[in-house]
Ligand binder design. Structure first.
Ligand code: GUN
Length: 281
């Protein structure tokens, strides 16, 4: 049996640090740090995520401002709201929960958020800064959380072969860039990758962000590898990761559970990004 990485406990520690910074901010400036959360459409998973983000704000002394729109929301409504929030001094971070309803262009909406208030790090300027290794940008929450999880078990990322499954803008691409910044040798695999198992078997660090229940099985994992499961797959009302935990735990050195691994870290990093934004003003 390998070691299970407790993402919930690590996230609590990070949130405690955010809370201390938020208290300090309030003392210094006489107002609280604020995060605006925008949700459009009725994706049930988004509803759960947004609720947990708002709850986390409360526990960290951060004000949350929630905006909920229906499936038929017009682009102009969202752009108008984002414009207002961009110039609202009570708002230090703005989050647009994804996915947006299909008729909207996600990139256009995300690009309307001021890069300085982009708590998710999805704006093209922040994504670009990450890829160029420039300081001062906002780093996407889940990738930032993944790096913290890996470092929390004492793994030195430099020189390791890190294999990332999935090439999304939210996780796969930015986590690959962060691993590269930490001097890993990085391979990104995706739906068209040939010989996937041969590649994953050489991974010292294996990150799965595909969104398919149990696609990573025991026979695909190198003995002692650090396995990070980003999957949140709801099947018949139950939550499953991308990784077949029960099998993989017998070969991995460290593994994150679902739930209780990456998920809580994403929320903690969102709050950390928001606090960073407030102090950077
Ligand atoms: N949808 C899935 N993951 C995320 C995330 O980290 N942030 C936002 N805004 N939407 C998401």
């Amino acid at each position: 049996m390998c070691n299970v990485i407790d993402g919930k406990a690590l996230a609590e520690k990070i949130k405690q640090g955010v809370r201390e910074r938020a208290d300090l901010y309030e003392k210094k400036y006489g107002r609280r740090i604020g995060l605006a959360v925008i949700r459009a459409g009725n994706d049930p998973a988004s509803e759960i995520y947004v609720r947990s983000k708002i709850k986390a704000c409360e526990s960290c002394n951060i004000s949350s401002f929630s905006y909920v729109f229906g499936d038929n929301v017009e682009k102009s409504e969202l752009l108008e709201l984002i414009g207002k929030l961009n110039s609202d001094p009570a708002v230090h971070g703005i989050l647009v929960q994804l996915p947006l309803p299909k008729h909207l262009d996600e990139r256009e909406i995300l690009s309307a958020v001021s890069p300085r208030k982009d708590a998710d790090g999805f704006h093209v300027i922040n994504a670009g800064k990450l890829f160029l290794g420039e300081r001062g940008g906002v780093t996407a929450c889940t990738p930032r959380g993944i790096i913290e999880l890996i470092k929390s078990v004492g793994t030195d990322i430099a020189g390791k072969h890190a294999v990332v499954l999935g090439r999304s803008n939210i996780v796969g691409k930015p986590v690959a860039a962060l691993l590269l910044q930490n001097d890993a040798t990085v391979t990104v695999c995706h739906s068209r990758t040939v010989g996937l198992k041969d590649i994953t078997l050489t991974a010292d660090i294996l990150i799965s962000a595909v969104g398919k229940k149990h696609i990573v099985t025991k026979d695909m994992v190198k003995k002692g590898a650090v396995v990070i499961d980003v999957g949140m797959n709801r099947v018949d009302g139950k939550l499953y990761g991308d990784v077949d935990f029960d099998g993989v735990k017998d070969v991995a050195g460290y593994i994150t559970p679902v739930p209780g691994g990456v998920g809580p870290m994403t929320v903690a990093m969102l709050l950390a990004n928001t606090a960073d934004g407030a102090f950077d003003e």
